[in-house]
Design a protein around this ligand. Sequence first.
Ligand code: F6R
Length: 237
Amino acid sequence: MKWIEVKTYEEMSRIAAELFIKQLKANPKSVLGLATGGTPVGLYELLVAEVKANRLSFKDVTTFNLDEYVGLPQENSASYWMYMHDTLFNHIDIKEENIHLPNGVAPNLHAECSAYDKRIAAEGGIDLQLLGIGVNGHIGFNEPGTPFDSLTHVVELTESTRTENAIYFEEGAEMPTHAITMGIQSIMNAKEIVLLAFGERKLEAMEKLKEGKLTEDFPASQLTTHDNITIIYGGTK
Ligand code: F6R
């Protein structure tokens, strides 16, 4: 485990961007695992700037996102599909057919979940997986108690996660109760992982992760067993 402590959010984003740029230069056909949320916005901005300056290309890159809400169609403004397009995909040269997010309105959600892991495997697995972390230690939507050997599955969102994420929904809009998420094992299968965490809210989770006690009550603890993971974190925002 490599820990990089940073002073600013910008520094965290820049170091993360360097890792992604290095990955894409080494292998322009990389398979990336991507995350949504507030944390990676700065990283995505830097990657967009590199593409706009013609220093980076996603034309042969394939992406798999960690998760999507159940019941939200792509065009819903709070869907992760929309977040990813607004924040990254619409501004880079990635091919739409190379973009993958779980389909939260699939008629058979369980079939969608197992097909998602198969699609990742068919692409040769994830080369570089980006993660954020919840204040309760969740990764993806794998809430405390999720088995470490879980593959992509449907989860019921906890009250704490629903409250945290309510800010992304328009006032009065119904917040989903369930989501599809890559499982902890699906995440661990990535060849390399980079986890980003910034701000006081995340300090406690970072402390717990550093302690390194392996427990399903703190999903991120399983990451301590990965042999190629970098954690870039900082305390205040
Ligand atoms: C997002 C995801 C979540 C977030 C986590 C942190 O795709 O899977 O695990 O990474 O909730 O969210 P932020 O970055 O908003 O603090």
